[in-house]
Ligand binder design. Structure first.
Ligand code: CO
Length: 457
């Protein structure tokens, strides 16, 4: 039997319409889906946290508590980026600890963590803290292809993940580039070496995902991520209903209640129609994009790059930049193209082409990466490129968070004019400006008053 994690209320709408589903819609869906028999429903993390405050004027913590109240039977799952949590820098261990504690206290059962570089030292605190507060911790390995990202590489990491104490392992194919044959080899090889459950998370962007899921299922994967149709396919996960219909009556039957799924479907249709008509869901998101397999560039990264080039009036350089991406990736030691590495590699490729000289200009984040501040690169960084960007600067080789002092109490002090709970402090620590604007509105704080208070302390 294969178990299913439902993603429509997290990755589904994040991939299809920029995470804009509101809490009311999430609750309506969850209250039905709670009865379907899923392994878990993914409800939180990723961009939901930011989008709630920034675009919907909603408190992400309130959403989580409400979902918990509506979902009495099903485990709730979330996703975050190891030591970065949901932000773009490394946070100290005590902030990671507090985030795990509060997520679990407010209703999360399973915490999925990943690191862009698959440096599992960046995941150890999340595993320790999740378990300390009674949660289940899953480590997700970012899937990509490169000369170093071989089956042996993933098998060896999978063993490390099990040793670290994770409750399960996920192959996270954020770009949707895992092909069926490779899935068969990868899943069989990992299943031979570890005893914790193995999950597969992928996207339909390249049009191959359902075939890959079938291959993985036959090779023994334990759990797959799917999304309730029509909040599925395209840039999102495969359809929950379709997979259930295909597997019904077989040894892999996930045994979800199909009547429950049928009851939820009109609601999902209503939601999709709403976001198509208000323009947030571009139906192009449902199209198959096979070029992803050629360039290995996730959809979100492509749209960012097109925006940067359009802003610079340089769309004529599009093909050149696209060809530069694999070169930058190689120079930087083949990082998987997932946040924040996808932004770094994409921006660097644009700078290399537009400035007319490779690595003449460089973002601060790339410099930090070369200093070792994001962890260990999967392969060796090109020594000449490193020298050109950071000269003979020292490169750290320890776990980056070992260099950080505890900071939660300091953050609490910094935000005491505006935060009314530890949850608020975490919102502010992760998305400072967005959370400030949101919490001022929520608590009817005068902007000036709050600012003066902050200056005073
Ligand atoms: Co995803």
């Amino acid at each position: 039997m294969v178990r299913i994690v439902e993603t429509s209320v997290r990755d589904g709408h994040q991939s299809l319409f920029a995470t804009r589903m509101n809490t009311e819609e999430v609750l309506k869906l969850c209250s039905i889906l709670d009865n379907a028999g899923y392994h878990a429903i993914e409800v939180w993390g990723g961009a939901t946290f930011d989008a709630c405050m920034r675009f919907l004027n909603e408190d992400p913590w309130d959403r989580l508590r409400a979902v918990r109240a509506f979902c009495k039977k099903t485990k709730l799952q979330m996703l975050f980026r190891g030591q970065n949590i949901l932000g773009y820098r490394h946070y100290s261990d005590d902030v990671v600890d507090m985030f795990c504690k509060k997520s679990i206290e407010n209703g999360i059962d399973i915490i999925r963590v990943f690191d862009a570089l698959n440096d599992i030292r960046n995941l150890s605190q999340a595993v320790t803290s999740t378990k300390k507060y009674g949660g289940e911790c899953q480590i997700a390995l970012s899937y990509t292809t490169s000369p170093v990202h071989t089956i042996d590489y993933y098998v060896s990491l999978a063993k490390d993940v099990e040793k670290l104490g994770a409750d399960s392992l996920c192959i996270k194919d954020m770009a949707g580039v895992l092909l069926p044959e490779d899935a068969t080899k990868l899943v069989s090889a990992i299943k031979k070496e570890i005893s914790i459950p193995l999950e597969l998370h992928s996207h339909c962007t390249a049009g191959v995902c359902e075939m890959t899921y079938m291959a993985a299922i036959k090779a023994g994967v334990d759990i797959v991520d799917t999304s309730l149709s029509p909040l599925s396919n395209g840039t999102a996960q495969p359809s929950t209903q379709a997979l259930c219909n295909v597997l019904k009556g077989t040894e892999y039957d996930p045994k979800l209640d199909l009547d429950v799924l049928r009851r939820a479907e009109p609601l999902a249709t209503e939601i999709v129609n709403k976001y198509v008509s208000n323009g947030l869901l571009n139906t192009k998101s449902f199209e198959i994009n096979p070029s992803i397999l050629t360039y290995q560039v996730p959809g979100g990264m492509l749209s960012n790059m097109i925006k940067q080039l359009t802003d610079q009036g340089a769309m004529d350089k599009y093909e050149e930049v696209l060809k530069e991406i694999p070169k930058v990736r190689k120079d930087l030691g083949y990082p998987p193209l997932v946040t924040p590495m996808s932004q770094m590699v994409g921006t660097q490729a644009v700078l290399n082409i537009l400035s007319g000289e490779r690595y003449k200009m460089c973002a601060k984040e790339v410099k930090d990466y070369l200093h070792g501040l994001y962890g260990k690169a999967p392969a060796e960084v090109d020594p000449e490129v490193r020298k050109k960007i950071i000269g003979d600067d020292e490169v750290i080789t320890c776990r980056p968070a070992d260099l950080l002092e505890p900071e939660f109490e300091k953050l609490k002090e910094t935000y005491k004019g505006i935060a009314k709970s530890d949850e608020d402090v975490l919102s502010l620590a992760l998305f400072e400006n967005v959370a400030k604007d949101f919490l001022r509105k929520k608590y009817n704080l005068d902007k000036k008053e709050a600012d003066e208070f902050e200056m005073f302390i």
